[in-house]
Ligand binder design. Structure first.
Ligand code: ADP
Length: 274
């Protein structure tokens, strides 16, 4: 499912004294089966943007197209339920939304809520738990008896059980230790490759964006200021500096980027030395 945003603006609390535009004229194209990273500072509009991908927010101005579904400012959108199923969003700390008595019930909740028969929902739950690398025995446990990393995987299995075609990840590794972070990122990359899952990653991590994404968009003060391949983005040290996007001084990472762009990284886009 291709995603296309045309001149999308979004304001919170329209028509009240608190009206506030969080997106301005955003154009973005994310073709099927690609891995697209969205980077930018806190408050740059990333979370607001990602909620447009499945119709949770509707544009105040402009057009959002997801597959054959069009959501246009000022027009009544058709039933958005199918879109919510096709575009799964993994919000920050998704484990906070676990609530059922058992992991199995929790993973089945989403599909059953969307009318999937019980037997099929259970099949999807078993598949989902395997896909996130947890043993099936976990299904009988209470989600609250699991470790933080396991809970996150269960929450992800719940999104996968909806059989989405697009998955949107909002800082999916926040709060995990470095090993857990790597495992989760590798898991999504595998899903992207094996299932052809279109993947949209909202991240603070320049490292993850460079490592996994086909294309990267930079958000700044509600605008999409640049989109390009990792190579194009990291070659453009002036832009990185302008938007205060610094590359961490991790030798391995720096080397990898330098190999990718075929020249040393400009000092101006490296983090300050401690
Ligand atoms: P990011 O995800 O990049 O941190 P957000 O999309 O959360 O950015 O926020 C973009 C802007 O919209 C910020 O200025 C933020 O304060 C504002 N904003 C976010 N959510 C709301 C809301 N519910 N009501 C009003 N303003 C909001």
């Amino acid at each position: 499912m291709d995603i296309k945003l045309q001149k999308v603006s979004y304001a919170y609390s329209v028509g009240t004294p608190f009206e506030k535009f969080a997106l301005f004229d955003v154009d973005m194209e994310i073709p099927s089966n690609t891995y697209h990273a969205i980077i930018g500072h806190t408050g740059s509009g990333k979370s607001t943007l990602l909620q447009h991908f499945n119709g949770l927010l509707k544009p105040t101005k402009g057009i959002v197209q997801v597959g054959n579904r069009t959501i246009e400012a000022g027009k009544k959108a058709k039933d958005l339920k199918p879109l919510r199923q096709k575009v799964g969003i993994v919000f920050q700390f998704p484990e906070h939304q676990l609530f059922e008595e058992t992991v199995l019930k929790d993973i089945m909740f989403g599909p059953m809520n969307f009318g999937v028969p019980e037997e099929e929902a259970e099949k999807r739950a078993r598949k989902g738990i395997r896909q996130v690398g947890l043993p099936e025995e976990v299904l009988a446990k209470s989600p609250f008896d699991l470790s933080g990393g396991q809970m996150r995987r269960v929450a992800i299995a719940g999104v996968l059980a909806m059989n989405p075609e697009v998955i949107v990840l909002d800082e999916p590794t926040a709060g995990l230790d470095p090993r857990g972070q790597k495992e989760i990122m590798e898991l999504f990359y595998r899903l992207h490759k094996e299932r052809g899952l279109t993947t949209i990653l909202v991240t603070h991590s320049m490292e993850d964006a460079a490592k996994y994404a086909d294309r990267i968009s930079i958000m700044h003060e509600g605008r999409c200021v640049l989109t390009g391949t990792p190579r194009e983005i990291f070659s453009d040290s002036e832009t990185l500096k302008k938007y205060r996007l610094e590359v961490p001084r991790i030798v391995k990472f720096q080397k990898k980027i330098e190999e990718m762009i075929g020249k040393p990284l400009s000092k101006i886009c490296l983090t300050e030395e401690e």
